[in-house]
Design a protein around this ligand. Structure first.
Ligand code: 5GP
Length: 187
């Protein structure tokens, strides 16, 4: 289970895991947020409308769900996680802190990894630099990030995201897998 502040690079780490560690099963969340350019339904998220999300909650289909940044809802479909765990596949959930707390209650045996930025300044730079959100949204995300930074102590392990490949290797090591050799890939 990987959580951490907004814009710390959780999505980038997840993408790196997808490419370099295909043996790791990555949970695909449902969200009411519209897709960003390049995002693929079923790969990055299941993009659903409010009514569909309501039905998923109602039917108990979500292991956890939360309103993130005070706007859209995000949730982890329960069944695929249970299937992956039952099949003995290393499984990774990339979710926010509120979701992490719910998973902690539902699956206390899971490992909770906090992805931390190299510094607070770096986090702010990444948050603003991404440029995909307006000023109101950016302020909301910064506020969430501050709160989430304070939650590091609740986690089993902290991985500092200096470099995405290093962070990924550390994460898979925490999951009990051997890190793969790099073959000179950077960036
Ligand atoms: P984004 O909109 O940038 O893709 O993601 C926003 C935030 O939602 C990130 O912090 C991400 O970790 C979180 N998130 C993504 N999927 C889930 C989920 O299934 N549950 C929860 N609680 N948070 C999620």
């Amino acid at each position: 289970m990987l959580a951490g502040p907004t814009a710390v690079g959780k999505g980038t780490v997840a993408a790196d895991i997808r490419h370099r560690y295909p043996e790791v099963w990555l949970s695909v969340s449902a969200t009411t947020r519209p897709p960003r350019p390049g995002e693929v339904h079923g790969t990055h998220y299941f993009f659903v409308d409010d009514a569909t999300f309501d039905a998923m909650v109602e039917d108990g289909e979500l292991l956890e769900w939360a309103v993130v940044h005070g706007v859209h809802r995000y949730g982890t479909p329960r069944r695929p996680v249970e299937d992956a765990v039952a099949a003995g596949r290393p499984a990774l959930l990339e979710i926010d802190l509120q979701g992490a707390r719910q998973v902690r209650r539902a699956m206390p045996e899971a490992l909770f990894v906090f992805l931390a930025p190299p510094s607070r300044d770096e986090l702010v730079r990444r948050l603003v630099g991404r440029g995909t959100e307006g000023p109101g949204e950016r302020a909301r995300r910064l506020e969430t990030a501050e709160r989430e930074m304070a939650a590091e102590a609740e986690f089993d392990v902290t991985v500092v995201n200096h470099d995405v490949h290093d962070a990924t290797d550390q994460l898979v090591q925490c999951m009990g897998l051997a890190p793969h050799p790099r073959s000179g890939v950077r960036g």
